[in-house]
Design a protein around this ligand. Structure first.
Ligand SMILES: O=P(O)(O)OC[C@H]1O[C@H](O[C@H]2O[C@H](CO)[C@@H](O)[C@H](O)[C@H]2O)[C@H](O)[C@@H](O)[C@@H]1O
Ligand SMILES: O=c1ccn([C@@H]2O[C@H](COP(=O)(O)OP(=O)(O)O)[C@@H](O)[C@H]2O)c(=O)[nH]1
Length: 458
């Protein structure tokens, strides 16, 4: 087996509160198993970039990281990645911002990564680039003479062509992807959009998995990410998990819990979710003093204004709904603005009769899979899942909802709350089999095999 070099913007450094994004959790698990090297940003800012690479080893994973300057972080991460591409890739062209400095910062940082990276690559290495922060990486490595197989996996959705064309220089960005041998997407829907763009905007031709544009060919595939199922189950057996389970048991008493766990991001549909819960309380007064929504929402990307707005709106909304329905001995929404460790999340998920996962658009959504993995097989909860999450393609036995329709979501929650044990078990069984089988190791093996077996024409 050749050495694997994984590249992503963020190299997993657990945050002080112990929480981590889904991508970091998944790649860490993949690398722990295969050895190899993880390359990316250290997460640190330095006044002047001196080109040095720091090597670290943590939890069985070797990493090589570089620092960035404040201007890099502003233009590349907060700018082009999270003000331009993230909203666009989540179909939100209404809030996508572009200015030239973002584009040039994005190119500069990609070059900064490519410089030390190309020197580390040995002829037999397989290279795996991740996500929208690093789209041009393969073409930059090719400019340095790298001939190795290179795969790219996009963790977010790929937008429909009619939205993507609103991005200045969209052609240049997508053409740069033809430096890859394999490009992977979470679902068939995103893959279809990519193929459509290549055919219609770049004059590409399609032959099976292969897309050719101006003599350059790549293989475009679907390969949905999973969770580290076994490790997740093990986390539920730790002291931390047992302690929180006990705290929840005491604090819930007779209350039935509904849980949401999301980075505080407008794509997660948090405002719509709280409004749906408000509809539920209006429609079913008998639920007053008997249900509680626990919404965990650790702040994310706080330098970007849309993220600050969504935080303000949620504070306001949670306060208004609680103010309207609360009683001296009952608060309907427990809105928590901090992150929890995975061990603790297992306890929260298991304590909840309903897992509420209602993003407006999401590449995958690993929380949906974690919720299922954490359930008690003898008395499982019910997953209410947005049809617009990538996870919906694999999790058809969840109660699928349109997150923009609060009445529909409220009805689905009510159905979940009332669902007989036999139906809960039947749905859970199928969902759990899928989550266990198509886990993060399955995902890594499948994607790396595809990179390695794909015939290159370089
Ligand atoms: O690194 P951040 O800016 O703090 O953001 C965290 C990650 O968010 C996004 O996650 C995506 O990947 C998940 C795993 O494939 C997927 O389940 C989810 O639907 C996506 O939104 C982002 O794409 C990552 O690059 C970030 O690290
Ligand atoms: O307080 C928190 C909230 C979230 N997460 C983890 O963050 C990941 C979120 O991944 P997902 O794919 O759902 O969405 P993303 O944040 O990557 O868009 C999941 O593994 C969660 O367990 C966490 O560790 N602590």
């Amino acid at each position: 087996m050749s050495r694997l070099i994984v590249v992503s913007n963020r190299v997993s450094m657990p945050s002080p509160d112990g929480s981590q994004g889904g991508l970091a959790v998944a790649l860490q698990a993949a690398l722990r198993e295969s050895g190899g090297l993880w390359f990316g940003w250290s997460g640190r800012e330095v006044e002047e970039f001196n080109g040095s690479v720091s090597f670290e080893e943590s939890d069985g994973v070797r990493s090589a990281v570089v620092d960035l300057e404040p201007q890099d972080v502003e233009e590349y991460y907060n700018g082009f990645a999270n003000r331009t591409l993230w909203p666009l890739f989540h179909y939100r062209i209404d809030i996508a911002k572009y200015n030239r400095s973002f584009g040039s910062g994005y190119e500069r940082v990609n070059k900064r990564f490519a410089e030390p990276l190309h020197v580390m690559i040995e002829p037999e290495d397989t290279i795996w680039i991740n996500d929208y922060h690093l789209i041009p990486m393969a073409s930059l490595l090719r400019e340095h003479g790298i001939k190795n197989k290179i795969g790219f996996f996009l963790h977010t959705p790929w937008p429909p062509t009619r939205l993507l064309v609103s991005l200045p220089h969209h052609e240049r960005l997508v053409r740069s992807m033809f430096g890859y041998d394999v490009v992977g997407f979470q679902t068939g829907e995103w893959l279809e959009s990519f193929r459509h763009y290549c055919e219609n905007e770049l004059g590409g031709t399609i032959d099976g998995d292969y897309i050719t544009v101006d003599g350059q060919r790549l293989r475009a595939v679907v390969c949905p990410i999973g969770i580290d199922f076994k490790n997740f189950i093990d986390s539920s057996e730790t002291d931390l998990a047992h302690q929180l389970a006990e705290r929840m048991r005491v604090s819930l008493r007779q209350l039935t819990m509904i849980v949401g766990v999301d980075r505080l991001d407008y794509s997660k549909g948090l405002q719509e979710r709280l409004v749906s819960f408000e509809h539920l309380l209006n429609a079913y007064p008998d639920l007053h003093r008997s249900v509680v929504l626990v919404q965990v929402a650790p702040p994310s990307r706080g330098e970007v204004e849309q993220y600050r707005h969504v935080r303000e709106e949620l504070n306001e909304l949670a306060g208004r709904i609680n103010g309207m329905f609360a009683e001296v001995d009952w608060t309907p929404i427990r809105y928590v603005n901090r992150g929890y460790r995975r061990e603790e999340l297992t306890a929260l998920y298991r304590a909840a009769r309903v897992g509420l996962v209602t993003p407006l658009r999401d590449g995958m959504n690993l929380v949906a899979k974690e919720y299922i993995a954490a359930q008690d097989p003898e008395d499982p909860g019910v997953l209410v899942l947005s049809r617009f999450a990538g996870a919906a393609a694999q999790m058809q036995d969840a109660l699928l909802v349109n997150p923009y329709a609060p009445e529909e979501v409220a009805e689905a929650i009510q159905t979940a709350l009332k669902m007989p044990l036999a139906e809960r078990k039947a749905r859970f069984q199928t969902l759990r089999e899928g989550v266990e089988k198509e886990d993060v190791h399955w995902w890594r093996e499948k994607f790396v095999n595809m990179i390695e077996e794909t015939e290159t024409i370089r």
